[in-house]
Design a protein around this ligand. Structure first.
Ligand SMILES: Cc1cc2nc3c(=O)[nH]c(=O)nc-3n(C[C@H](O)[C@H](O)[C@H](O)COP(=O)(O)O)c2cc1C
Length: 202
């Protein structure tokens, strides 16, 4: 069984989402010792943003050497995703949504004919055989009824993205309110790590 572990926080060792995503992978390693884990750090090795020349080259135009390299990087990311049975994603909230590094990754895996297709009924996901577990970390609170609820574009966005490609029930483990204060940060992290221990085995 293959697991793709992705981190996208820019905060390195201070990152909460990295601690939680790492705990998720460790937990799944315990339950499935033969797990084949591939790790990708989207801030250590960022993907470039999509460009017009990338898109025209993908449609058959002769690419420059630079674009060729970019296409190869995108293909590697897509192949990695397609090969995985489980995706573990560390996803912090930056300015109410995902980091731009993570958006660049999503731009490489949402590919028509690979992870979704359009049919008579509209879009149809092609990656429904995968399990996705997302470690979310947010400075504030965004639950239903909170003043900031309308600004929650992290979990809701990722649910939408995974749903679009057929992963109907992504699992989320959240550490919320980590900027409220150090005590709250520790409490939120401990709560998330505790939730990790209750994850279903791989
Ligand atoms: C650039 C930046 C933007 C942030 N924007 C928000 C935000 O819009 N809402 C929020 O609740 N917290 C925000 N935060 C706080 C982070 O969500 C919080 O620190 C979280 O732990 C980040 O995850 P990480 O520790 O894995 O990087 C922001 C933090 C940074 C560094």
């Amino acid at each position: 069984m293959k697991l793709l572990h992705i981190d996208s926080s820019v905060l390195g060792p201070h990152s909460v989402s990295r601690k939680v995503s790492s705990a998720i992978v460790n937990r799944l390693r315990q339950t499935t010792p033969a797990l084949d884990v591939v790790y990708r750090d989207l801030t250590a090795t960022p993907l470039s943003h999509l460009s017009g020349s990338h898109l025209t080259a993908a449609q058959g135009a002769a690419p420059s050497a630079e674009v060729q390299q970019d296409l190869a990087a995108g293909q590697a990311v897509l192949d990695e995703f397609l090969a995985a049975d489980i995706i573990v994603l560390g996803a912090p909230m930056y300015n109410f949504t995902i980091p731009s590094q993570l958006k660049a990754w999503i731009d490489r895996i949402l590919v028509a004919g690979k992870t979704f297709k359009y049919g008579p009924q509209g879009a149809e996901g092609l990656a429904g055989n995968k399990r996705a577990i997302v470690a979310i970390s947010r400075g504030g609170f965004y639950g239903a009824g909170t003043p900031s609820a309308a600004l929650e574009h992290l979990e809701s966005y990722l649910r939408g993205v995974f749903g679009f490609i057929g992963i109907a029930n992504p699992e989320f483990i959240s550490a919320d309110g980590v900027q409220v204060g150090p005590e709250h940060r520790e409490k939120a992290l401990a709560g998330a790590l505790d939730a990790v221990t209750r994850l279903q085995a791989a």
